[in-house]
Design a protein around this ligand. Sequence first.
Ligand SMILES: NC(=O)c1ccc[n+]([C@@H]2O[C@H](COP(=O)([O-])OP(=O)(O)OC[C@H]3O[C@@H](n4cnc5c(N)ncnc54)[C@H](OP(=O)(O)O)[C@@H]3O)[C@@H](O)[C@H]2O)c1
Length: 453
Amino acid sequence: VNIAFLGTGLMGSRMARRLLNAGFSVTVWNRSPVKTAALRDAGAKVAADPASASCSADIVVLMLADPPAVRETVFGPASVQSAFRQGLTIVDMSTVDPPFSVEMNRKCRDAGVHYFDAPVLGSLKPAEEGTLQVFAGTSEEEARVALPLLNTLGRAVYFLGRPGAGAAMKMAMNLYLGASMAALAEVLAFARNSGHSDGALLKVVRDAPIFDDSKKAKLSKIIESNDWALSFPLKWMFKDLELAVATAESADLQLPLARTSRALYGAALAEGYGDLDYSAIMKDYCRVCSRLPGDGARGPGGSSFAEDIILGVLERSRALTHLVLDQFPRQHTERRPRDGMPSCLQLTMRIAVIEKTLLSGLRDGNWSTESLSIPEIYHFETVVEFLRETRAETLAWFAQNRFRLARTVLPPSGREVTVAHLLLDLTDREASLRGQMMTCGALFGARFRNLPS
Ligand SMILES: NC(=O)c1ccc[n+]([C@@H]2O[C@H](COP(=O)([O-])OP(=O)(O)OC[C@H]3O[C@@H](n4cnc5c(N)ncnc54)[C@H](OP(=O)(O)O)[C@@H]3O)[C@@H](O)[C@H]2O)c1
């Protein structure tokens, strides 16, 4: 069986090596080629892009950061798509959200390719030793061709039956992982604040059955050797919590603990800990907490957590706009009547109108803005600059009222984009979800007029 292994980061490099050692023929590809050098030395073929890695593969394994990375690798330029043919199996072992897996499965199935989600629980050592737990969003029968591979990587493979079920199980596991590490950070902060030495705390934790082995090991490394060595990057923990919360909320399930964990890891990201291990949530817990929204507290750099979220959302919206503008011929992106406009543009437009409305409402007190053309609207630098100067209370209000993730499909290529857009949790949720352009100014106006000054 020929395997194309795409994504040789922390996990992927170890999993690909394990497959090589087990005798599989493996071709690797990684966006940053430097991460394939050691695998070449270990006997892997190295490809220049996903397309050439996949052209003679029976199975394509993906171990990539997040949904955009998977989408780009499977459907972007020089992607796996160009090697699509009957009988090809794609196993996505990246941690992504269930709706994304369902969508990828459908698109691949329509093209005659078998795609299933198979994310993993377990970190670097289990990846090396083949002792991961694998959550397969398919049946054992349908995964037959990939069984030897899955059994080489995992000590247990769970066949969960339907597309997205593996992703959902993985999300569920990481909800616990994220919240429990944050809980340990709180244990440490509280014990220190009560005058206990780290040594005394560690002794008790080691003896206490309420803590699992991995927490005991992490705490020991941190306390005894100040070792924050990376195994699971904090930025991916934040990503997982963000995806899990969005998935739950889109199905009207509230996860208050996950929302708090997400805010904490978001604050740690803003603190610059994204590339450290997720246990870095413990690094300076009080400082991380000072970045949380709610009391107008501002971080040391003068920026608040809420502000970072808003700036991040605007950055993503801007990226989406560039994507839309690049993708469509100019006549589609200029002012035109709303009828007949591609739906992706309508969505972008809706987001744009919300942002424009907020901007002009906050700056000029004008809440009656109606629809405008996209090029006219997207002056993001101005928006970002304006928000940097906006009062902390306003920013905190934004953060507390949550930004939602929405997903849409750009029709001509079928390429999917995830946009974080400014759908605030308005009293009239229906109206905001349907993007009632003419009324959103009035809705925002009503809310903002009641803000504390
Ligand atoms: N580390 C763990 O303990 C662990 C455990 C279970 C699951 N996971 C999940 O496994 C996945 C990989 O995590 P990791 O720990 O191996 O992280 P990592 O070292 O950061 O690897 C991420 C991989 O994704 C690639 N990538 C990122 N954006 C891309 C894009 N736009 N296009 C193409 N490739 C892109 C990276 O390429 P570059 O090298 O070019 O950046 C790298 O190969 C994530 O979904 C993570 O949540 C991690």
